[in-house]
Design a protein around this ligand. Structure first.
Ligand code: SF4
Ligand code: SF4
Length: 241
């Protein structure tokens, strides 16, 4: 997913989500983004094209396929949901954030369901997003991601999860390109989930603990430990996806 005024970040290859820069042992293990789609990395999110989509959806759909219907609100753009967030990325974000970002992270955790693998939106939030559906995506200010800052930027850009890293609203290769991005998203999210679970097991939890809800303090401390373990060079066991 992208966001307001992030064009400067688009100069980096998407797969280089900066959080992974702190974990060089993972670089060879990560699923790699589809390089054939590199033209799609040139999105200028400062001039979001999805805020300009015509209300006449049927007409504009035939011109260029896009991932969501739009038009998006300028204040929300494609940051219109709360992503599931794996433990180690939350820990990295907590450790690196101050000011408004730290407050937004804390508020998000307080309002989320917290597990050893990471955080997911509350049931109410998930239901509201499901009701909104694809047609309503990006069109409700109330469903803006809680991590959007007051200036409309992602406050945890370096630590955003795979769903956000891989969001491309329109592909130069049309529907085929969008499908390829979706495929990559599924791979990256599955990989992050596997990594989050391995961290939990490594730090003493078992499969029986996966559904256990953590308190805010338990979760914050545990997520920091997950980030710390990866930062120490610990290597998970899975191979290249
Ligand atoms: S909808 Fe597209 S152009 Fe707009 S912020 Fe998101 S990725 Fe960028
Ligand atoms: S985490 Fe950041 S990039 Fe992802 S939806 Fe929220 S604000 Fe947007």
């Amino acid at each position: 997913m992208s966001k307001a005024s992030t064009v400067e970040h688009r100069e980096r290859p998407l797969e280089l989500a900066e959080a992974y820069g702190a974990y060089p042992q993972l670089w060879a293990q990560r699923p790699h983004w589809p390089e054939a789609l590199s033209d799609d990395l040139n999105l200028n999110c400062s001039h979001c094209r999805m805020t300009k989509v015509a209300e006449s959806r049927q007409a504009s759909l035939s011109v260029w396929p896009r991932r969501d219907w739009g038009p998006f609100l300028n204040s929300v753009k494609c940051c219109a949901h709360q992503p599931h967030w794996p433990n180690f990325l939350i820990g990295a974000a907590i450790e690196s954030s101050a000011g408004e970002a730290a407050i937004l992270i804390e508020n998000l955790l307080i309002r989320s369901q917290l597990f050893v693998w990471g955080a997911r939106p509350s049931r109410e939030r998930r239901l509201a997003e499901a009701r909104s559906g694809q047609c309503g995506y990006g069109r409700a200010a109330a469903l803006a991601c809680p991590l959007l800052s007051s200036s409309g930027q992602c406050s945890v850009w370096q630590f955003r999860p795979g769903t956000c890293v891989t969001y491309v609203c329109q592909s130069a290769r049309g529907a085929q390109g969008l499908s390829a991005w979706r495929e990559y998203e599924l791979k990256l999210v599955a990989w992050e989930s596997e990594l989050a679970h391995q961290l939990a097991w490594q730090l003493g939890y078992t499969n029986d603990d996966l559904a256990m809800k953590l308190t805010f303090t338990e979760a914050r401390d545990f997520y920091l430990k997950c980030h710390g373990l990866l930062s120490s060079g610990w290597r998970p066991e899975f191979e290249v996806v």
